[in-house]
Write a protein that binds this ligand. Structure first.
Ligand SMILES: NC(=O)c1ccc[n+]([C@@H]2O[C@H](COP(=O)([O-])OP(=O)(O)OC[C@H]3O[C@@H](n4cnc5c(N)ncnc54)[C@H](OP(=O)(O)O)[C@@H]3O)[C@@H](O)[C@H]2O)c1
Length: 249
């Protein structure tokens, strides 16, 4: 068991990549706090994990609100003990041309994907510093590394997240805290259902990956598990692309 006796907090843990990560972490021995704004998907995933003999807690909250982030950490720690692993997975996406992005949409995208992750990191750091260890995995995107029409706000938020990863890896290496990113290309999740429903767009995007297909949530969860666990004890500041070859082109 690669996460035996660890407490992990996974944002956006009720759906997609976050839900797959929560299930995998629980199988690997972690107690998981899973968060999101909607209660129903969180309860469903937490219920599944508990039914399988694992430990899970559903905590509703919005990563765009500092007090919610603090509460997510406090409730998870009250239930399971100090957080050793944080997975910043909550995210929102938009494909909107730059000349059409409103202030609200820009702020929501950056506020969730970049500032939300920062708020959670700031909330877990005191505990990780006092225990002298911790592993933080940020879920970014290949769109933080490669250009795509419509991805100004999303791409900027994810590029910012990768840079946050590097800076914090340097800042906290001497405290035993590792910080890494996993950067997926397109994955089968609710986030891009509307794209997959559009047959010609789905086909074009599949072909853009050298491997010719979208990834699965579990394929991303396995990379997150690697970086979260002691298997990656000497890996920090890394951005691991898990992308069917998207960035190799
Ligand atoms: N799917 C892809 O192709 C792909 C590719 C590259 C990167 N990613 C990244 O992977 C991560 C997971 O996305 P996914 O693909 O698994 O899609 P998803 O199923 O839509 O997951 C996003 C999760 O984030 C939560 N969330 C969104 N805004 C939030 C907020 N303000 N506060 C708290 N939670 C919030 C959502 O729950 P609530 O709505 O209940 O709050 C949801 O559970 C995201 O960061 C995404 O950018 C996805």
């Amino acid at each position: 068991m690669r996460l035996k006796d660890k407490t992990a907090l996974i944002t956006g843990g009720g759906t997609g990549i976050g839900a797959a990560t929560a299930r995998l972490f629980a199988e690997e021995g972690a107690a998981v706090g899973i968060t999101g704004r909607r209660e129903a998907p969180l309860n469903e995933v937490a219920g599944e994990i508990k039914a399988a003999g694992g430990r899970a807690l559903a905590v509703t909250g919005d990563v765009a609100i500092t007090a919610d982030c603090q509460r997510m950490v406090e409730e998870t720690e009250a239930a399971f003990g100090q957080i050793g692993v944080l997975v910043n997975n909550a995210g929102t996406s938009t494909l909107t041309r730059a000349d059409e992005i409103s202030d609200e949409l820009w702020d929501e995208t950056i506020g969730t994907n970049l500032s939300g992750a920062f708020r959670l990191i700031r909330a877990v750091l005191p505990g990780m510093i006092s225990q002298g260890s911790g592993s933080i995995v940020n879920v970014s995107s290949v769109l933080g590394q490669t250009g795509m029409k419509g991805a100004a706000a999303y791409g900027a938020s994810k590029a910012g997240l990768d840079q946050l990863t590097r800076v914090l890896a340097v800042e906290y290496a001497d405290r035993g805290i590792r910080v890494n990113s996993v950067a997926p290309a397109w994955v089968h999740t609710p986030m891009n259902k509307s794209v997959r429903d559009h047959a010609s767009m789905y086909d074009r995007l599949k072909k853009r990956h050298p491997m010719g297909r979208f990834g699965t949530p579990d394929e991303i969860a396995r990379a997150i598990l690697h970086l979260a666990s002691d298997e990656a004890a000497w890996t920090t500041g890394a951005v691991l692309t898990v992308d069917g070859g998207w960035t190799a082109v």
